[in-house]
Design a binder for this molecule. Sequence first.
Ligand code: PGA
Length: 261
Amino acid sequence: MSVPIQNKRPGKQPRTFHIIANWKSNPASLKDLDRLQKAYMGLRVPDGVRLVVCPSPIHQLIEAGKSIYIGAQDVQVAAIGTGSWSAEMLQSCGVSYCIVGHSERRSLGEQDIDVKKKTIQLIEAGIVPIVCIGESFRDDNGKYINIIKHQLQVVSKGMSLAQAGRMIIAYEPVWAIGRGARACTAVECYEVVQVIREEMSRLIPGLSVTDVVVLYGGSVDSMNAVEYLESGLVNGLLIGRASLDFQQIKSILQKVESLQK
Ligand code: PGA
């Protein structure tokens, strides 16, 4: 499937929402994988929603259907082969999107400069990079904003307007990810999302704030999903745990659909 990534001005209809299901290293058994794949293939994806599933590469890739795009969870940074895969391989397997810079990869030593190299490789292979950024904690002096800006500066350095326009940014505050984490509020999300739009537009001449596609990720579920889209003014969601629960993802899609009306 070719990769559409046109952006719509936040707040103006119709909005296009990206809903990214990050299955991480789940499910553990092939039986559960089969169940989950079948459930996803039976989903009705509303108009204006791009549902992207990012399964583990060791699993048979879910079959890209008319309405489901396939994403990868990472790509290799250089021509070092063991245990990784190239952007070209992903592209030839029908992968349309790829997460890079996830905090779980950064915690293993991935640096901003690696994230940048991966991003460029993906863009060159025609795959949309979903670049994760986010602070580890929030201090009272607003230093977390500088961390966000620095991550954007490294990844976008030397990028052309066309390249920047192919990239999606996922704001994922590290403190809001995973079991037991406190979800970021829509107000906290909104503040950083505005910074991301303004900083990207400052860094890339010609890129307007409304052209910057920003997602939110971190403890998203069917109860809070709509708040991020409505009050956080993001263009979509990056969902971990809740994407493994079919009822949750179904409910999220239904709620997103009602926003389109
Ligand atoms: P979570 O994970 O939704 O389970 O918090 C989000 C992510 O890691 O991308």
